[in-house]
Write a protein that binds this ligand. Sequence first.
Ligand SMILES: Cc1cc2nc3c(=O)[nH]c(=O)nc-3n(C[C@H](O)[C@H](O)[C@H](O)COP(=O)(O)OP(=O)(O)OC[C@H]3O[C@@H](n4cnc5c(N)ncnc54)[C@H](O)[C@@H]3O)c2cc1C
Length: 392
Amino acid sequence: MSASADVVIVGGAGVGSASAYFLTADPGFRGRVVVIERDPTYANCSTARSAGAIRQQFSTPENIRLSMFGFKFLSEIAERLEVDGERADVSFRRNGYLFLATESGRTVLETNHATQRAEGASVALLDAAELKARFPWLNVEGLAAGSLGLANEGWFDPYALLQAFRRKARAQGAIYRHDTAVGLERAGDRIVAVKLASGERLACGTLVNAAGPGAGRVAAMAGIELPVGPRKRFVYVVDCRTPLPGCPLVIDASGVWVRPEGSAYVCGVSPPEDQDPECDDFELDYQPFEEVVWPTLAHRIPAFEAIKLQRAWAGHYDYNTVDQNGIIGRHPQVTNFVFANGFSGHGIQQSPATGRAVAELIVHGKFISIDLRRFGYERFAANQPILELNVV
Ligand SMILES: Cc1cc2nc3c(=O)[nH]c(=O)nc-3n(C[C@H](O)[C@H](O)[C@H](O)COP(=O)(O)OP(=O)(O)OC[C@H]3O[C@@H](n4cnc5c(N)ncnc54)[C@H](O)[C@@H]3O)c2cc1C
């Protein structure tokens, strides 16, 4: 059987469904959108295993803009993604991030602060005494400064966001197919069809790669190298009996992070890059918790000396091995192949702005809301990586 679609999106989780939503919402778009998703339970995708946090505190202006739109979108989500009178609810909780720095990190924090302020972000730089006054439960020993988000930050249920995008996209006409893309048919500089595991051939006008950690493999089906693959991360859920009033999402100078989740806390750390191989399994490892996360947190927040580990989960970052930033845009030669990949730990908060950018490219032929040309695939050949300093 052979079928066709104006736009085929491979991957129907956060980014793919956001793209399907914005495409089908655009009054200038009249085409047929088919989303190919191999696992409609979404059990293992990056989105479902995300920590679901959003921040304005990046060092790259585009990242700040992408996430600021994400925050605005989440603030309006109940109405924007309402279907048949049922309002969307992603349990959005507004709260800041607190990036901590020792003396050696102070300059970076100050430079980021200036970039963020220039972008209209509401952030405060606090010295150690101010940190102690504001968060008496924090051990400020060894700290030179902290950057606290005063607005536009928080956390939400990423799985609920995925489902809300998907529901609305379907209500607007997007078709979701339970199948796996196993090959791409290329004719010169065009992708002409997607081969599916079911045996079907789906002809396409435009192909969007929204395959998350699998994006490198999907690009390889067209003979294109895309530096994106899975990297395993652990999230640990702990119980802490001592109240920590006003606890933000704390990023210690070491990279260890923690935030409240209901009456518990979630926490984790990314490993050093040389200990971070491509990995496809979801086996849990408690060693990073025992050896790095817990001791670091117990030092920084003494109440954490008495925490109890409740549970943990593993997930895969959609990791861009070159510069850990999103790759958004068309392939320079194969121009009907659009990438929305490689977000490396900050992709679900950027899914609304990314979906909107993908739709703008397809419908209007260019970025309209945020100029994302620097985030294009071309940057690799030009050796112009985007070195975001706040990758968590
Ligand atoms: C532990 C953890 C914590 C995180 N914390 C945050 C956070 O706090 N804030 C933040 O913004 N981001 C965070 N992220 C990153 C964020 O979750 C991802 O960047 C984002 O969800 C990527 O969305 P996606 O739709 O591109 O990828 P995915 O959610 O992985 O979706 C890709 C989809 O493509 C499908 N697919 C793949 N290949 C094929 C194929 N060949 N055929 C058909 N379907 C296919 C998969 O089944 C999957 O459903 C975190 C990630 C992890 C793992």
